[in-house]
Ligand binder design. Structure first.
Ligand code: SF4
Length: 718
């Protein structure tokens, strides 16, 4: 039986990959063939119901990757990476950081974090940047995946918790509108929660591809809307228009719980279905069917309930925040948020995409999901950290701006990278490589030699997943325990230890605990009273009550002494805004930054495949996954393929104004004839992010990964 601790027969923990955080049992077994000494089993948990996807089943292989980093490496004057002891590596890093800081100030050192770091590491990294380094320049790769949804939810609903309801609530609804999310490939066990909705014909998928998830809406199980890339906002405006003109909006709810209706009515009036069809390509009749289906499912019209969910497909856009705002507005018009069995949510991607954005690795935030320019927030966090409020830096640069400024005059000269493989995951990857090469000092903490690590001046080998204790926060806002199942290889250290060592060498004041449980206790104190309040949580409590939802304040429910039970559902009575209402933000469609033109006449969209996770640094090292999908293909519609004279498997060259890659074509009817799809898990000549634009959303700073203009030619012509 699984138990809660290390050193026992089975260790109850969660998958190292995505935000579904499927429950696993890990059983150390050194004699086991093929699993590198750790057996993985699915474990019963509400989100995965005992199931795992291929990535989860094979996750233990990365623990014993043949190229696992086990000693610090330092680059010599000849450009070679040579092994050194920890003291030598840390001394070298600290000396260089001091020199750069003395010469050009604290902001000349930058930090880049990751949405896969545990809550404890995300918290400690933000603290390390701001008080040990004193830099404002810290941001993280969550900027690439969650920032637009977070910005829109904060603006309208007053708080951003990916799903403000348990995932299991989906089963009871009559309809789910899924915008830009391919759950069937990115988090397959979650699809079980859509089975009942599909049975009622209520799954509505909006995606330019007929993805595996869009397929779930076939055969009377729902609708697939296949818009022109970059026009999801038009689809949403048309749905709003139909609800308002056909008398399907929940006016009582809107009157009681929202503001801004008249401006929403005015803007959506411009998007009657036939006009929307001209822009988004979705037939007006299908738009009407979708709006009526959602309305019929809403509680106001006697339905069981409905959900509106967004994913990266609509968020990774220069109008990502506006698009999510429109999705929330749609949910509000239907009267969904705050009603049990209904709501709006964003399907978080990275394993700790939720917790990673709550504890201070964002350039504009402090722990507890507090804004860094809020005087009260600064005073509270400074007191927890034992430093003067005036010593805390202000807002730094968001990720894309930060990366573009590296090594430029006045920009950061040193970068510390934790939990991120920028060379693969950042947009306009060739430019990112040039900026990293222009640094005086690049330090990367990782457990495998990722593409970014291999550019570093110093690589520090750190623990991973099953080798450490900690907590993660799932896409539902559940705080869960990640537990240690095996010891790390000799020579490997925790990042908490690395930061404590560097802080000491930099002469930093303050406490730098290396025990995750102590760091969590400090995190909980720092979060107290913030939007993401963890102050009623501890490792000990999470060990006995597996998984509690934030907010979970230290005071008992109703101010009593009983421990707060956590908050599975938000917004039941009011929204956490100054007046308790949701504030609808009126938006307009502006279209992609990089639109079609004669030399780039097609849309390029990017995404994931079932077998690989994010930059692929982990899953490309798992034999069965790498064998199943060894590299990227470009999905091309048969009509386009015929026009090009290209056959299935033939190499095609994709070219944008930023770069060019050649990959095999995969000819499929699932893509629009004006669109090419390519997954992003690979590097170098196979990296689609050599092509993507670094245009960003003006509110969230999120890059427009999901659409750019591209040309395609048979590679044989080159
Ligand atoms: Fe892991 Fe996500 Fe797969 Fe679950 S769905 S096993 S959390 S990768």
């Amino acid at each position: 039986a699984a138990t809660g601790g290390a050193g026992t027969e089975g260790v109850a923990t969660h998958c190292p990959y995505c935000a579904l955080q499927c429950a696993q049992t890990l059983t150390p077994n050194p004699g086991l063939d093929g699993d590198n000494g750790v057996a993985v089993e699915g474990r019963a948990f509400p989100t995965n119901r005992g199931g795992l996807c291929q990535k989860g089943w094979t996750s233990a292989e990365v623990l014993a990757a043949p190229d696992r980093l086990t000693t610090p490496l330092v680059r010599t004057a000849d450009g070679d990476l040579v092994p050194v002891g920890w003291d030598e590596a840390l001394d070298l890093v600290a000396i260089q950081l001091r020199r750069i800081r003395d010469e050009d100030g604290a902001d000349a050192v930058a930090v880049f974090g990751g949405g896969g770091l545990t809550n404890e590491k995300a918290y400690q990294l933000g603290k390390f940047a701001r008080i040990a380094l004193g830099t404002a320049n810290i941001d993280y790769n969550g900027r690439f995946c969650m920032s637009s949804a977070a910005a829109a939810a904060n603006q309208t609903l007053g708080i951003d918790r990916g799903l403000p309801f348990p995932l299991t609530d989906l089963s009871g609804a009559d309809a789910v509108l899924l915008l830009g999310s391919n759950l069937a490939e990115t988090m397959p066990p979650s699809v079980a929660h859509l089975a009942d909705v599909r049975g009622r014909g209520g799954l509505v998928v909006v995606d330019p591809r007929r993805s595996a998830t869009a397929d779930l809406a076939a055969d009377g199980q729902g609708l697939h809307l296949q818009p022109v890339p970059g026009t999801d906002l038009v689809v949403l405006m048309a749905l709003q228009h139909i609800l308002l003109t056909e008398g399907l909006a929940d006016l009582d709810y809107l009157e009681a719980r929202t503001t801004g209706l008249e401006e929403i009515r005015r803007r959506s009036a411009l998007w009657w279905p036939e006009r929307a069809e001209q822009v988004c390509g979705v037939p007006a009749g299908v738009l009407r069917d979708a709006a009526r289906l959602l309305a019929a499912a809403s509680p106001a019209r006697g339905g069981r309930g409905a959900f509106v969910l967004t994913g990266r497909g609509v968020e990774q856009s220069r109008q990502g925040t506006a698009t999510v705002s429109a999705a929330i507005n749609l949910a509000l018009l239907l009267g969904l948020p705050g009603r049990v069995g209904s709501g709006y949510g964003a399907v978080t991607g990275q394993g700790n995409g939720q917790g990673g954005r709550e504890h201070g690795q964002k350039c504009d935030q402090l722990p507890g999901y507090r804004m860094i320019n809020d005087p009260d927030a600064r005073a509270h966090v400074a007191a927890v950290w034992g430093v003067p409020e005036s010593s805390l830096p202000g807002k730094g640069q968001p990720a894309v701006e930060l990366l573009a400024s590296l090594g430029t005059p006045g920009g950061p000269r040193a970068l510390l990278v934790h939990g991120s493989n920028l060379l693969v995951s950042a947009p306009n990857a060739q430019q990112v490589a040039e900026r990293l090469a222009a640094l005086d000092l690049l330090v990367v903490c990782d457990f495998v030699p990722s593409e970014t690590a291999m550019l570093a001046d110093v690589i520090l080998p750190v623990t991973q997943w099953a080798e450490e204790e900690g907590t993660m926060t799932s896409l539902e806002g559940r705080v869960i325990r990640r537990r240690k199942a095996i010891d790390p290889p000799s020579g490997v250290r925790s990042e908490l230890w690395v930061w404590s060592q560097l802080a000491a060498r930099l002469g930093s004041k303050g406490t730098w605990d290396t025990e995750p449980t102590l760091v969590f206790d400090e995190l909980a104190r720092a979060s107290r009273g913030g939007r993401a309040d963890y102050s009623g949580l501890s490792h000990a409590r999470l060990d006995t009550e597996e998984a509690l939802y934030w907010p979970c304040p230290a005071t008992g429910a109703g101010g009593g002494v009983a421990p707060h039970p956590g908050t599975p559902r938000l917004f039941a009575d009011s929204f956490p805004t100054h007046d308790g209402c949701a504030h609808m933000v009126a938006v307009d469609h502006v279209g992609p930054a990089d639109d079609l033109r004669p030399d780039a006449p097609l849309y390029l969209v990017t995404g994931r495949v079932l077998q690989h996770y994010q930059s692929g640094a982990q899953t490309r090292r798992v034999a069965t996954l790498a064998t199943a999908v060894p590299g990227p293909t470009a999905e091309v519609h048969p009509l386009l393929a015929a026009r090009l004279g290209v056959v299935d498997g033939e190499r095609v060259r994709l070219t944008t104004s930023r770069g060019s890659v050649a990959v095999p074509a995969r000819i499929t009817y699932s893509i629009r004839p004006d669109t090419i799809f390519m997954p992003f898990h690979w590097s170098g000549a196979a990296s689609v992010n050599r092509l993507t634009t670094d245009a960003t959303d003006p509110v969230s700073g999120m890059p427009e990964f999901k659409v750019c203009a591209v040309d395609i030619t048979p590679a044989r012509r080159h």
